[in-house]
Structures are given as structure tokens and as C-alpha cells.
Design a protein around this ligand. Structure first.
Ligand SMILES: [Mn+2]
Length: 286
């Protein structure tokens, strides 16, 4: 019997009627450290299907998980997986039809592929959750150069963009970060300011068009061990979800959830967090 590939349980719509389109990109070719993030999209779908938070029955109808009191009628379509070189076509189709892409990686270099494929005349900011600034410019097109690569795109406004949760910066990145004008909120800043203030600062910094990229290594490996490049310290799972809740309403260009590496995970906890991040995002968007 062929195994039917699982879709996310929140896939409650066809493409035509969906507001959110989820795409998996099972590719880790942009990684230069440990491999295995190519297994993340299906690992996340698997835990999502074993997670009763994914779906509730309300008034006799299936409905998506509803955090807090927001009424949620989100229409979601799980597009399945695409190859990295097929992502541009998929993102174009999603954007052309006025839908919001939610990309599951795969390694973080896929974010450049996604952002550069968004066909819009609008200039936009990005909010980049990561333990690393990914601002290496001496080498390009891999998971350490994503922000440098993005900063070269004409429709991206780097000065109104923010990197959150940084705690591992390489020497060569420091100057380029300063020159670029991107705002950096370190993991230590989050401790000092508190999550609420951080959300306020981000809202004040970004323009009216925002893309959110989440590298799960932004979270302390105590909470999210299953990532490609773990760094001790970092924000908690709750802080990440709080940030997503606070910023989802601003993110009108898309979301991605990257760098989950299932073979280093413990009891799928990182995949659960990745799924929950997507749930919070679609639940909070009005
Ligand atoms: Mn990254």
C-alpha cells in the first residue's frame, strides 16, 4: 500500500479559497554544519497530526485551534512539498492569487529564495528571529548569508527590519550589520526589555509591509534542541509565541519556520513548537 503523505490537520481548504498556503521545502543543501533539516516539513506534519491542539469541533463543525478568544475562521491549504528550485513558481502563484505563503524549511537559505520570489512592487521589512544574524557576506547563498543576501534585494527595506534573539555573532558580521542599519535585539536585550517592550520596539521599527522568518534556533536549546545550529541561551518557547501573536497582524507578506532538525530533537518537542508557531500566526491574523 502506498503511504499517503500526511497533510497538516489545519488544511481545511482548497487552494482557490485559502488565505494561507503552507509549503514544505525539504532541502538542507544551504547548510554547512549538521544536516537533516530536509526532514523537517514531514516531521512537523507528523506531529501536527498527532497533536489534538490542531483541530477542535465547534458547533458541529471542524475548526482550527483557537488560542485565546480570537474567533478563527482561517482557510488554510497545505500545498505539500516542493523542491527548492520549484519554490519560485509556487510563491509566485500564491502571491498572484492574493494569498499568504507559510514556508516550512529546510535550511534558512530557503528564506532568501522565498523573499526574492515574492512578486510585489511594495517595499517591505522583515523580522528575523535567529540566534545568529546570518549576515556573512564573504560567502553567499547559504544559511549563514541569508540576511546579507536579502539586504541586496531592491524591494526589501533593511533599515526598517529587525533581527531578534541574536547571541552568536561572527567578527566579520559586526561591521556589515552596523553599516546596513538593521535593528538588532539580542537575546540578552529580550531579558532586559521584556517581551512586551520588544514587540513595541519592533512595531515602531517596521514599515507597513512585513515578512516574518523564524529560525527555531532563536529559542533556547533547552526548549528547542532539534535545530541545525544550537546556541546556549536564547528566548523561551512562550516568548517566541508571544512575539508571533503580537506581530502576526503586521505580517502581510508571509511567514517561514526554518531549521528544525528532527534527528537532534527530543520527543519531537521542536517540531511541536514549529507547528504551534504556525498555529499562533494563523490564529492571530484577522
Ligand atoms: Mn538562521
Amino acid at each position: 500500500m502506498p503511504i499517503k503523505r500526511a497533510k497538516l490537520p489545519i488544511s481545511n481548504s482548497d487552494f482557490k479559497n485559502a488565505r494561507f498556503v503552507v509549503i514544505g521545502v525539504p532541502d538542507d543543501s544551504g547548510s554547512s554544519y549538521r544536516n537533516g533539516s530536509d526532514k523537517a516539513p514531514d516531521a512537523i506534519r507528523r506531529v501536527a497530526n498527532s497533536n489534538e491542539l490542531g483541530e477542535v469541533v465547534r458547533n458541529g463543525k471542524k475548526s482550527i485551534f483557537e488560542p485565546e478568544l480570537s474567533k478563527l475562521n482561517a482557510k488554510v491549504f497545505d500545498y505539500g512539498n516542493v523542491r527548492k528550485d520549484g519554490l519560485k513558481t509556487a510563491i509566485n502563484k500564491i502571491c498572484k492569487n492574493g494569498k499568504l505563503p507559510i514556508v516550512i524549511g529546510g535550511d534558512h537559505s530557503i528564506t532568501y529564495k522565498t523573499i526574492s520570489s515574492i512578486s510585489t512592487k511594495k517595499r517591505f521589512s522583515f523580522v528575523y528571529f535567529d540566534a545568529h544574524p546570518d549576515f556573512i557576506c564573504s560567502r553567499r547563498n547559504y544559511f549563514g548569508s541569508v540576511v546579507c543576501d536579502i539586504s541586496m534585494l531592491k524591494n526589501v527595506d533593511i533599515k526598517s527590519s529587525v533581527i531578534v534573539g541574536v547571541r552568536a555573532i561572527e567578527d566579520e558580521e559586526i561591521d556589515d550589520i552596523r553599516k546596513s542599519g538593521i535593528k538588532v535585539i539580542t537575546a540578552t536585550d529580550v531579558v532586559g526589555l521584556g517581551a512586551k517592550k520588544v514587540v513595541d520596539v519592533i512595531k515602531k521599527t517596521v514599515s507597513s509591509n512585513v515578512y516574518i522568518s523564524v529560525d527555531l534556533d532563536v529559542v533556547d536549546p533547552a526548549f528547542a534542541p532539534g535545530v541545525t545550529t544550537p546556541v546556549v541561551g536564547g528566548i523561551s518557547s512562550d516568548e517566541l509565541l508571544y512575539f508571533i501573536r503580537g506581530l502576526a497582524g503586521y505580517a502581510n507578506m508571509g511567514l517561514d519556520v526554518m531549521e528544525v532538525c528532527p534527528k537532534y530533537d527530543r520527543k519531537d518537542v521542536t517540531s511541536y513548537l514549529a507547528y504551534r508557531t504556525i498555529l499562533e500566526f494563523i490564529s492571530e491574523k484577522r
